[in-house]
Structures are given as C-alpha cells and as structure tokens.
Design a protein around this ligand. Structure first.
Ligand code: NDP
Length: 324
C-alpha cells in the first residue's frame, strides 16, 4: 500500500463538501490504491455540523481513509497538506455589495494563504472552489510567497464539463467524442465557453452547429447554468461542483488525455497579462499542467476574452490592499 496523502478541505460542513468528502474517501480523486488523511476545516459555528459529517465518514468504513482531522484552525487543517480544496467561502448576505463580498472573502483567503505558506507540503496543489474563486485563489497565492504561484488554481472545470454536455447533446454524440473544449477567464457569467477549436468525432464543431445556437443559446446556457439549477432544484449545484473538483485535482495529479480548462496564473499567453487567475486550456502530465499554445483567436473570441479579463482586473483592484 502507498503512504497516505493529506487532503485539506475547507467548508467541510457545507453542501459541496457533503458530496466531495465521500467521493474522495472512496478513491475517486486519487485512485483506489491511494490512502488518504482528511483534514477538514470549518468556522467555529459549524463545528458541530462538521463533527456529524465525520461521524458519517467513519460509518462508511472506507478502506482508504487512514485518519480524519476536524478543526477550526487553518494552521492545523493545512499542516503537511499535499492537496488543499478551498470550498468554504462567505456567501452574499442581504444588502451586501459585490465589493463587500470580495472583501469578506479576501479576509478569509489571505489567512488561508498564509497558513498554507507556513504549514502545507512544499508541493501542495491548491484548488479554490469558493466564490469568487479566481480572485480568492489570487489572494491566497499572494499571501503564500514561499510557494510557487502556479500551485494555486481555481475551478472552471464544472463550466468545461457543462459545455461538453451541451455540445454533445446538440450534436447527438457523447461527451467523450468532444475534443478541445475551452473555458476562458473568470468562473462567473463573463466566462467565455469557446467552440472555435472544438471537434466532435473529429469534425469541427462549427461545421455541426449553427452560429446562432452558439452565440445565443450555448454560451448563455453554460454561463447561466448555476442559476438554472438553483431555479430547478431549489438548491445550488453542489454534487456537480464536487464532481468537477475531483476531475480537476485528479487530472492535475495523475495526468489526462486531451485538453481541460483550469484557472491558473496568467503569464501573458493569448494576450492576457500577468496578475490574475485566468482560465486557460491546459494539458496535465506527471503532476504538472501546461497551457496549450497556438490556437488562433478571431475578433469575436478576443472581445469575449478581454471582457472576462476586465472583470478579473476589476476584482483584483477591489482587493489590491490585501494582496500581501
Ligand atoms: P456550498 O458548499 O454550496 O458552496 C461553497 C462555495 O462554493 C460557495 O462559495 C459557492 O459559491 C462555491 N461554488 C463554486 N462553484 C459552485 C457551483 N457550481 N455550485 C455551487 N456552489 C459553487 O456552500 P455552503 O454554504 O453549503 O457551505 C459553505 C461552508 O463553508 C459552510 O459550512 C461555512 O460554514 C463554511 N465556511 C468555511 C470557512 C472556513 O473553512 N474557514 C470560511 C467560510 C465559510 P456561491 O456562493 O456563489 O454559490
């Protein structure tokens, strides 16, 4: 048996974690031969609920779970963590402006960035799910100067997976027939799901779907999918968010075939200057990701990519004073 790895999860008593923790414990993220130690973080008011989750995980008698730590101290939760999934975040309260929301979360993620810096494994892989995810990841990274900025990522994999299904259903094919799907930018309604590079069963997606469907149906459907799920089920898309977080971490850690979307530090690729966490097409291999270069961008794509970049730069400006 392999040595166990330590997986820190914040917001451990929340809806997403209620799916995520059990799937990680079952081996869905790192495989059926990888033992895990779960290190769960909550705010003090949610510790009773978190202890209930721990009781349930124990009741499952998962063969891979070696230990479970439940704590309200980030320094304990991130101690020697090999993976950190930052799910907990402050939701928008009544009368809260966007700037207040950014600031409330910036306070949480700056503390967590420092704790990761001081206590996590030097190779820790960090995924931010809690919204506003891209900017929360930026804040955590800026507060962790001893770690590489590239170790901090945010989740656009759910948007990517949603886009795969929309296109597969439209073309009467399966999601595994779709290649080169890309989500650019922010995990928000400005994200740009791009079909220009996409192929279905080897054929260009643009030869299979109409432009009108792409611009006026596909793009808004993917952008607004979270709201549509809340409307339909009266609760947010927690299980699919958890599933996509597992996809993101599994592919990053173990590698994958083809292109996936990950929000990572911008490095100038595709005209997006440094200083934000922006979703790009990447390939993952041997525990590393690499931006896929060389795609041609038309004027439509450039405009959409710049709009989502602008939003991320505005979010950054609102929390600049907390960037460490
Ligand atoms: P969820 O588990 O449903 O969601 C957690 C975060 O994930 C939210 O910021 C949510 O954003 C975000 N998210 C990203 N993608 C999605 C998606 N596709 N669907 C739904 N959510 C998505 O929230 P809960 O309120 O159930 O749980 C949050 C927990 O975090 C609470 O138990 C709270 O106590 C805890 N918390 C922990 C902290 C810590 O550990 N230090 C700090 C702050 C909170 P959105 O709000 O936009 O839906």
């Amino acid at each position: 048996m392999k040595d166990p790895v330590r997986i820190a999860i914040t917001g451990g008593a929340g809806q997403i974690s209620y799916s995520l923790i059990f799937r990680i414990a079952a081996g869905d993220m790192l495989g059926p031969d990888q033992p895990v130690i779960l290190q769960l973080l909550e705010i003090p008011q949610a510790m009773d609920a978190l202890n209930g989750v721990v009781m349930e995980v124990n009741d499952c008698a998962f063969p891979l779970v070696q230990d479970i730590v439940a704590t309200d101290d980030p320094n304990v939760a991130f101690k020697d963590a090999d993976f950190a999934l930052l799910v907990g975040a402050r939701p928008r309260g009544p009368g809260m402006e966007r700037k207040d929301l950014l600031e409330a979360n910036a306070a949480i993620f700056s503390v967590q960035g420092k704790a990761l810096n001081d206590h996590a494994s030097r190779d820790v892989k960090v995924l931010v799910v809690g919204n506003p995810a891209n900017t929360n990841a930026l804040i955590a990274s800026c507060n962790a100067p001893d770690l590489d900025a590239g170790q901090f990522t945010a989740m656009t994999r759910l948007d990517h997976n949603r886009a795969l299904t929309q296109l597969a259903q439209k073309t009467g094919k399966h999601v595994t027939d779709v290649e080169n799907m890309i989500i650019w930018g922010n995990h928000s309604a400005t994200q740009y799901p791009d079909l220009a590079q996409c192929k279905v069963d080897g054929k260009a997606a643009f030869d299979l779907v109409e432009r009108d469907w792409y611009e006026n149906d596909f793009i808004p459907t993917v952008q607004q999918r979270g709201a549509a799920i809340i409307k339909a089920r009266g609760a947010s898309s927690a299980a699919s968010a958890a599933s996509s977080a597992i996809d993101h971490m599994r592919d990053w850690a173990l590698g994958c075939d083809g292109i996936v979307s990950m929000a990572i530090p911008s490095d100038g690729s595709y005209g997006i200057a440094e200083g934000i966490i922006y979703s790009y097409p990447v390939r993952c291999q041997s525990g590393k990701y690499e931006i896929v270069q060389g795609f041609e961008l038309d004027a439509f794509s450039k405009e959409k990519m710049q709009a989502t970049e602008k939003e991320l730069r505005e979010e950054r400006a609102a929390v600049e004073h907390l960037l460490g």
